[in-house]
Design a protein around this ligand. Structure first.
Ligand code: AMP
Length: 116
């Protein structure tokens, strides 16, 4: 059984966080340490620790993450200029919170995908 993270408490509304979106599959809220003018996290409501733990039964939630990303990018007014969706996995990927999440970042030019 995977250990819960702070994200489970946010999903269950046990700690005060402004939710930007929530439905039966996913929840979205602002990153506490934004790296860009828009920095939103979109998470499945079910605890999946890493992308390595993704199973076929998660496909509906994972697909919903993209449709919600599209909506929130439009709400933020960054669709036309563009944005980046990021999912980090384990230590080499720089994952800090072991409840998978999609970063939606934008609002300024983001530069190359990886530091050289
Ligand atoms: P990652 O490195 O992909 O695991 O990213 C984890 C992200 O979660 C980081 O960008 C953190 O700033 C963010 N984060 C951690 N705790 C919270 C929180 N309580 N509310 C919102 N964002 C958080």
């Amino acid at each position: 059984m995977a250990e819960e993270t702070i994200f489970s408490k946010i999903i269950r509304r046990e700690i005060a966080t402004e939710l930007l979106y929530q439905d039966e599959l996913v929840t979205a809220f602002r990153d506490i340490h934004p790296r860009a003018p828009t920095h939103i996290l979109i998470v499945p409501n079910v605890l999946i620790p890493t992308v390595n733990d993704v199973e076929p039964q998660h496909e509906a939630a994972l697909g919903r993450m993209f449709t919600v990303a599209r909506k929130l990018a439009a709400d933020a007014g960054i669709s036309e200029k563009g944005y980046r969706l990021i999912m980090n996995c384990n230590s080499h990927g720089g994952q800090e919170v072991y409840h998978i999440h999609m970063h939606l970042v934008g609002g300024q030019p983001l530069g190359p995908m990886l530091a050289r």
